[in-house]
Design a protein. Sequence first.
Length: 744
Amino acid sequence: MPAAAYDNPHGPYDNFPAGCAACHVAHAATGPNLLSRAATNTTALCLTCHDGTGSVFNVVYVTTNQEVYGLGFYDTAAMHFHPVRDMGNPLIGQSIGCTDCHNPHGDMSVPGQVYARLLSAFDGTTRQHQGPNFCLACHGSVDRGFPSVEDPAVSYWVYALGDHTNPDAAHYLTDAPELLPPSGTKVTCAKCHYKHAAANPRLLAKAGAELCWSCHYKDKSSSIHPVKAFSKTGSVHNVDGANGTKLTCTSCHGPHTANYVTFSASGPGVYCFQCHPWAPGQPITKHNPYKLEGVYSVISDPDNTKKRFAGAAGAGLGGLPNTVGDLSDFCIKCHDGDPPKEKASPTEFVPVTVVFPETPFTTNTGGWDKKDYKASAHGGVITCGECHESHGSDYPALQRYKEDTPEVDGECLRCHNSSKVLGAPDIKSDLLAAASHPTLTVTGVHKNTEDYTKLQKRHAECADCHDVHVATKDKAIKGVSGVFIDPKDSSWNDWPGNATFTSTLELKRPINAEHELCFKCHSYYSYGSTPPSGETDQAKEFNPNNVSYHAVWGGSRMQQFEYPAGSKTYYYYGKFTGSWSATSPMKCSDCHGSPSGVRGPHGSQYAFILKAPWNPDTGTDGKSGTGKDTRDHLCFLCHDYNFYAGTDEGSATERSKFSGSCGCDGGGKYSYNLHAFHVGRKGYACAACHGAIPHGYKKRGILVERTDPAPYSNGSYLKVYTWKDPGAWTKPSCDHSSPCHGGM
């Protein structure tokens, strides 16, 4: 550029040739190149002025402008240096001289051309005088061979991370006023790096995120791509080291790797609307950085930030190939249980070893490890950015949306509603049903670290039962925590006795069975010996030491009978529907859930979140004139209706445990199945003999007598005089007074 723009501070030679004498002696020089003052080297000559005595540019010691740290050993703030030899500072290496970066005469290849700060660096082919290319003369594709400070036998190029060439780098733009230094050099590198010396490694002007926030302000909008989200109070990516984390902005955004933003969809660069969804005539919507498309990207591979992370193959910094994937692949680079570790070489760079907070998670076993997300139900259709913000959020866990309420479809229900976005099941309708878990009515209470043994305010938010990062369509509660109970010799009358309760997290595993999740809230583990009003201790009821129970926790205890006698051919008592059998294991959700078919006990139109109705009249159809039809009630989802409430009298190979020589019919007609007589013919309801809470009980067959307490007895008629073995019941076994036999 013309001399008129940048006058040579060492001239002007044409108008004042005697100016040369400041550095040279024509006839009696004692140094090489006619250098004056007996200078022993170029550095010594430069310092005759640039030590603060003859130039405003004091490169030895700076007191008024610490942005230009000095190279002198007595500048105690500077600990990292460009290795200018012969400075007399024992901390500085001996690699380059002043004239490797500055031509004191200006650009003499073109007479009259003088560049700002007299910059001039040779890349092996061409002299570079301004812009990033000036720095790339040494830090580009050509190894200039200077000895490194760390090991003089090895080139600087190895320790300076090799080739920084990237024609599409956002921070190399010389037409971006925000990046240009006031010196006029257009060396955008100087926006982040000091020239001669610095207090921080790699000559960085500031450490960590503070450097990035010099331009990308976190507290105001007037900046280059502001990152105001870091000022959010709900949660942030802790690039400031809070809570024991170790992470920096450049863990995700390689400053030499990130591409610039363009308004052109054809590139090169990152198209604005890859991050800001927009349609013609519509305003730009909220920042949604979850689409990685094409070759260019603003993020880099956390496992090697010299490589850009993009949606398509290509080459970026130093010609290194892109790492290709979607945003989930990018996030999992850290959230895979093996976070990136600090490393530095010409082809690889990770600025810091990423460290997550020591968070005592209690809701799931994966913690920060989300490596299985892509195989989950959510990971197959959406990326992390659909649900999480990148930098900060007003809500916990970097959630993009607020908690769900009856009025607002938030983090989960914006998809899991009647719209069934991307095929998501409609959970909201169930949560609004007459009976439901309090997911929408008690919100904002859940914490990833809450103590489930001391639930002061009972709640059931989505994350209490689901780990959305590992849950699959077939295993919706995969990965969550629960409670393992060892019943030892506890019993109904001695509960919890010596039973032990252990969080599955203490066992280093997720739940192995659905009931372990349910027991986390619905057992002694959560509320001790005083269940909330209207609830019972379901671990006590399902205890496999009980005399009888549905086979949720323990294995089936259904007995067998031999037929013919002495044949050693055995049959199980009972008759069941569909695929159910006498030995079928059960889950809580076999009875509790939605009649709509949506899996899980979210809500139901029926009390207790039952899949089908149940009431004290269930099973009374058989009694003449009742006008009731309960064949669709809960009990008959598993138990054959016609066998237990109809006219099926059974047979020699199909018997009920309630069978024997009753004589109730005046003969032996119902000897294989007395349910057909008592329920099917006489119209007694299931609750006339069996518990109204049919999880388990202290008596056989979950039978409750009229004197047993509520809520287990709900209008029971039963009074047993003699407890008989299955198949051996007789009329004298039970009380015959009203309202039973005597009352019929």
